[in-house]
Ligand binder design. Sequence first.
Ligand code: DQA
Length: 142
Amino acid sequence: MTRFLLMNGPNLNMLGIREPAIYGADTLESIEEEVVEYGAKLGVDIDCFQSNHEGELIDKLHEAHSEYDGVIYNPGAHTHYSYALRDAVASIDVPVVEVHISDVDNREDFRKISVFDGVCFAKIKGHGRQGYLEAVDALLDR
Ligand code: DQA
């Protein structure tokens, strides 16, 4: 069976509470549930992982190398500065799609930079929770 990992970085556990005008009122749990259900309908088994810790996220990406056929990844603020996570994505032979709930290119200047450019095969931004479902499609289309 095809297996994907849905991975969320720092502060995304605060969805629902965190800046709802930007990120919406939905919790990460409800988003994860929807993505898992959507995957199941398409014959994809999806595991979810969230961490606020860079090292744990790096370890999970390394594990993904042998465990998963694709990764859906919202790196949160790590997007803008974590070369260690960029290198972890580049280290594994698994396609990774970068997802952002908000439109990072139309916010503060520092959010316009993604250190994942060139190592993720696609980027989906500004589509809210729907973006995670689009990422499932993008991995399947690939
Ligand atoms: C985010 C955008 C990032 O700039 C921010 O640091 C986040 C969430 C998004 O989903 O829109 O934590 O990745």
